[in-house]
Ligand binder design. Structure first.
Ligand code: PEP
Ligand code: MG
Length: 765
């Protein structure tokens, strides 16, 4: 419903309106004047082009409130004095829910909030769009009209495109003076709290992680050249998707085919291509066009409430991200990696394990994320590569600038941003002190882990990358209790072929120099995603089609991996472990597949492993009620306490809100573990614990009290856990743990800590 200015009431085609606005915005940004002037000019301009009675910009402040920063049509005195509380009114709703508000009768809407100082009660209709930057709402742009009307899709597009330009210019500092709301705290020293994900203290400089490619250049100078870029990228995208489809692993009928077919159709959709081209013709760069079309289409799809549209929306998001990656060349180039400071502290809202691995590990010192929990895979990877990491650091992204000095203290759970000289000096001392302690642990390296009453505990190491393997000798671990094979797959651009896998497992065994290694087969799903292996989107991937479930249903990938492991261990001992086993009978199918591979290799004259043990992860609580079927079918068991606890407590391990709500040192988990230990003894099946709890001295002490004699953990935990074992009396801790279970003690952790203190058990934390 855009109209020409002046007396001509004929509607303008929206692309023309868009082009006009883009040109004017570009001019405004290039003009003299401070930030306030520019915002004032923008609102005037938009009100004119959209024939709106009001156009306003609100920006978010640190406390989440929205401050009126510029307006055309409302009372000018309200600028900088009107503040909407978080979520207040329709504008607050727009920011809080990151959603478009299009209300013909705004003042009648239940969420309408009347602000007398703005004189806005005379306006009927309102259209508000969030101003977003890197997926975060930083403000709201709205228009209002005196007459009741529903704004058209074109109006929405124009306003959204303007919001993008505003966001870009605010973030890049081109609109000086507007920093009051969003920049104020980015210059002061600041301490934020978080949950330790990976132990350590790191001093360094901030690098902001951008999870998806952020479109920086919005306006194109040469639309024709831009169309060419877009067309090329679309061709590449389609070719890539077609290729992905022809992949042998995706062949064959099944539900996934329908899902993938719909996705492919979307990629080839003429309507989508047309919209993208039109957006570029309207003056946007190809990247900005992808983003804008994604936003507009998402808005339309969200109006449909059925599952079909939700799926299409996911496809659209995925395709748009892919197209942005194609346009940008790649997610992370080696150039980017070498531009990192040598003491990088990575700061992110959210990060998956594969994304962390995209960075050059030799330059990473620390990681700070706004979500994340100690059990998430990004925490596992952070530990594996030995960087200090903190999760649940609320609001950190908005409080840092790249290049800021920062200290990650994953011992105390604190982040120091822009620390003073004294704080830096104090931390440098701390780091030196820790290094001395580390030296002490190193001195324990060659001492076997034996308790004071002579009980030998096997202390093993968790690994997942070849770079982890030198830690085996350095830490003095007895072996690798968990080798997470999926990490290698995550690092790869395509599914690693047989030879590549074989070579990898062979190198791991070589590096282990005869110490035992437990290879866990692929555990994909949940927060572990392989970019090249498209799986149907699932509502609950952690409880979805993952690990052994995939292995049984689609044995090709599994068999390939088993074959590689068998070939790699010719003449040596091989231990294979299956993740996410849910029922004893599943091991029958798995053993049959392994036997098939053994027979194949034998038939073709390969040297077989000297011995083969087939074990299972104990991660799903149903196994507790199937022990008599399960235990006779495995050669060993390893408790994946991260998953076991998430399923036992129904508390998502990656959801910071609930992950640390329940304590592993409490009655239910201890009793669960005790039942397993007891039954395993009956069936003579060795049990290890390889989840995160095994690496924490107090938890490891409790495990010994529960009868466990083997634990596996991140390399950095070996020293502290060994020191604990050497100072522990196994029988005494057994008595203590049993008494606590018998009496059903509530505060188990406090009691155990008291025990450790009285008995002089070294609990370093
Ligand atoms: C676990 O679940 O405890 C485990 C060791 O496996 P992962 O963390 O890789 O899921
Ligand atoms: Mg697990």
């Amino acid at each position: 419903m855009t109209t020409r200015r002046g007396d001509d009431p004929r509607p303008l085609p929206s692309e023309t309106a868009l082009r006009l606005i883009m040109r004017r915005l570009r001019e405004i940004m290039g003009e003299e004047g401070d930030g306030q002037d520019k915002l004032d000019r923008i609102v005037r301009q938009i009100a004119g082009v959209m024939v709106a009675d009001v156009c306003s910009i609100y920006l978010k402040r640190q406390d989440g409130s929205l401050e009126l920063f510029a307006t055309e049509g409302l009372n000018p005195n309200a600028v900088h004095s009107t503040r909407l509380k978080r979520g207040e009114g329709l504008v607050g709703r727009c920011a809080e829910l990151a959603t478009i508000v299009n209300e013909p009768e705004a003042s009648k809407h239940p969420a309408f909030s009347y602000r007398p100082e703005t004189n806005e009660e005379i306006f009927h209709s309102l259209l508000a769009v969030p101003i977003e930057r890197s997926g975060q709402v930083i403000g709201v742009l709205d228009v209002q009209n005196k007459t009741p009307k529903e704004y058209s899709d074109e109006d929405i597009e124009v306003l959204q495109a303007t919001a993008m330009v505003i966001a870009e210019n605010l973030a890049s500092g081109r609109v000086e003076g507007t920093g009051a709301a969003i920049e104020v705290s980015r210059s002061q020293p600041m301490v934020l709290e978080g949950e330790p994900l990976s132990d350590g203290i790191a001093l360094g400089h901030v690098v902001l992680h951008e999870p998806r490619i952020v479109v920086t250049q919005l306006l194109a100078d040469n639309p024709a050249a831009e169309i060419e870029r877009l067309d090329e990228a679309l061709d590449k995208l389609q070719a890539h998707i077609d290729e992905m489809f022809e992949h042998e692993h995706l062949a064959g009928a099944g539900e996934h085919r329908d899902v993938l077919e719909a996705y492919r159709m979307f990629a080839h959709d003429k309507g989508w291509h047309k919209r993208l081209r039109e957006a570029v013709q309207g003056g946007l760069t190809a990247e900005a066009a992808v983003e804008r079309v994604q936003n507009t289409m998402r808005t339309r799809m969200l109006r449909q409430h059925d599952a079909y549209w939700r799926e299409r929306q996911r496809d659209l998001d995925d395709l748009s991200d892919r197209l942005l990656r194609v346009l940008s060349g790649r997610i992370m180039s080696s150039d980017d990696a070498s531009n990192l400071p040598p003491d990088t502290i990575l700061v992110a809202r959210t990060m998956g394990p594969a994304e962390l691995l995209d960075y050059d590990r030799t330059r990473l010192r620390g990681l700070i994320v706004e979500d994340g929990s100690a059990q998430s895979h990004v925490a596992v990877v952070a530990k594996a590569i030995g960087i200090a990491a903190l999760g649940q650091v609320a609001g950190v992204v908005d409080r840092v600038n790249s290049g800021d000095a920062a200290i990650v203290d994953a011992v105390a759970g604190e982040v120091h941003l822009r620390p003073s000289g004294e704080v830096i000096a104090a931390y440098s001392d701390k780091v030196r002190f820790r290094a001395r302690k580390q030296k002490r642990y190193q001195a324990l390296r060659d001492r076997p882990a034996v308790t004071k009453d002579g009980v030998r505990i096997s202390v093993q190491m968790n690994a997942g990358l070849l770079v982890d393997m030198p830690h085996l000798a350095e830490s003095g671990a007895d072996g690798v209790g968990l080798y997470r094979t999926e990490l290698q797959f995550m690092l790869s651009d395509s599914f690693p072929r047989l030879d590549k896998q074989t070579q990898h497992y062979r190198s791991v065994l070589n590096e282990a120099q005869g110490k035992p290694v437990v290879f866990r087969t692929l555990d994909i799903g949940g927060d572990k995603i392989l970019p090249y292996l498209r799986q149907p989107a699932e509502e609950n991937p952690a409880m979805g089609w993952r690990a052994i479930r995939m292995a049984i249903d689609r044995p090709e990938l599994f068999r390939l991996q088993i074959r590689a492991m068998l070939k790699a261990s010719e003449g040596r001992d091989l231990r294979i472990m299956i993740p996410m086993v849910t029922a004893g009978y599943e091991m029958i199918a798995i053993r049959a597949l392994v036997d098939q591979e053994l027979a194949f290799l034998k038939k073709h004259g390969y040297t077989l492993p000297k011995s083969l043990q087939l074990g299972a992860m104990f991660e799903v609580p149903s196994l507790l009620f199937d022990l008599d079927n399960f235990l006779p079918r495995v050669d060993f068991v390893s408790v994946g306490s991260n998953d076991l606890m998430q399923f036992l407590f129904a508390a998502d391990r990656t959801n910071a809100r609930v992950a640390s709500r329940f304590d592993v040192l409490s009655q239910a988990p201890m009793r669960a573990l005790k039942s397993l230990v007891k039954a395993a003894k009956k069936y003579k099946v060795p049990v290890t614990v390889c989840g995160e709890m095994a690496g924490s001295p107090l938890e490891a002490m409790t495990l010994i009290g529960l009868g466990l004699r083997s634990v596996s953990m991140a390399p950095a935990s070996i020293g502290p856990v060994k020191a604990m074992i050497l100072s522990l009396h196994a029988e005494k801790v057994t008595d203590c743990v049993e008494a606590l279970m018998k009496e059903g003690a509530k505060d188990v952790r406090a009691n155990l800590l008291k025990f450790a203190e009285i008995e002089g058990v070294e609990i370093d934390h």
